[in-house]
Design a protein around this ligand. Sequence first.
Ligand code: GAP
Length: 548
Amino acid sequence: MTDKNSSSLMEKVISLSKQRGFVFQSSEIYGGLKSAYDYGPLGVELKRNIMNEWWRSMVHEREDVIGIDASIIMHTNVWHASGHLAGFSDPLVDCLISKERFRADKAPRPVSGDELPIECLDKGQAKSYLEVIKKRFNIELKRNGKVLLGMRVIDENNIGFFEDDNEKPSATFPYRGYVSPKFGSPFLSDERQFNLMFRSQIGPIDVLGDITSFVEKNKDLDNKEMRTGIEDIVKKSAVYLRPETAQAMFVQFLNCQQSMSMKVPFGIAQMGKSFRNEVTVEHFIFRSCEFEQMEMEFFVEPGTQKEWLNYWRDKRIDWWKKLANNPDKFRYRAHETDELAHYADACYDIEYEYPWGFDELEGVASRTDYDLKKHSEHSGAKLSYFDQQKQDPETGKNGWRYTPYVIEPAAGVTRGLLVYLLDAYHEEIVPNADGKDSSRVVMKLHPRLAPIKVAVLPLVKKEGLPEIARDMVSNFFKAGINARYDEQHSIGKRYRRHDEAGTPYCITIDGQTKEDQTVTIRNRDTMEQERIPKEDALLIIQKRLMES
Ligand code: GAP
């Protein structure tokens, strides 16, 4: 894929995802829900294969990591202790002209002397915004097509309206240091904190009834008091959908460690759904409100966290690269101090070069002993570890009780799925049956990730060929290999369809099969075909999948 094509790569992948059944817009027939996606017949297989590969490398192949599957709804005190109820929020701002709502910390920040053009969608919108600004702020900006001109940043606290290119502003307004991302408007509301967790109510409590009675009884309260009163009623039965899978591993630290007699260093891993009421959902499935994570909390001795952080950073980036066609598109980046989360003393982002540039795929954080200590404080449980073999560094006595430090590789499943779709998409010019150039789209998914491992295609739908093909498919299933019987359309069309599905091997049953018990096996990437004994097909596919 050339650079010229890369800007449309995203559109091509989105379109192929729908056509071939990888990803659909949620509730599409009702106009769609922008922040949610459904994984179709191929998508669900791809997603599970990514998760299975992660589980294999993070849990099954390691003696020092165990797994759990915790509930999505947890005790509300978990979120008090972790800081999510107090701090898991974004600063939100509204544009007073366009009503655009955005995150202040992600907004563009023009500096002193910069022009502040308001870029409207079309002339009609520009005329209507011109009127609103005139009415509300008593200034008349100049319109050039769909752009409104005349404002400039004076300093970090003020913007000015400069009429007819005058040197002195004829009006000044307070400047927040940023403008709205879509229109470039500096006319903004105050910032409000917005909690990213989805709230629900648990139990047979009539919250609306309780609120109604409270409002009726307290009509004299001012707005703030009324809000606090209502908030108190809601909080009594409030529960939250987890915004990360991580907290369960801290809360179940003792149960896991004791039930499996684990010795530090060891890890607890989990994969599953997380939910965030994201203000900005963007780039297809890159950022959505419902997504899936694969996280592991690795508990280490205090003082060893730096070496373990580097260890997991390298392990994790190697894992992503191993399953990709273009390993050069992955890199890691250390967080600056001001980027670090409140619980972390260091962090790396594993990034991928998406069509819009390098962006996060996985975080590998050194979370210190923050979470275990917080949950100990809030619950009263002693979330610590006793190492009989070590001396306590403070007392010098044998045996050391300490709160382990934590290294956390936290990856997004659905974001990973997007990465592997982008990585797999290839367009090629290849000769067709007549030897003429034709283009083919092929999803070069790693065979371990491919939704269908092998398609079995009878050349014609008669002469006993379908029976032979179905028999072979059933043998693949018995061996745990996802195979697919496919008899629709010409053989050429079927090959192309499976190229787009990312199926690494197609086995064709033809007239010769009945004569000499051989079949052809076609390789997705090279398109080469070889004739093999029918009875060897299973072993050959098994071997190729294992060696891939
Ligand atoms: N426990 C730490 C944690 O959750 P995070 O960086 O917020 O850290 C980890 O999330 C990973 O989860 C991200 O690197 C990303 O791959 C994925 N992720 C986070 N928010 C997401 C969203 N709204 N949509 C899709 N994936 C998301």
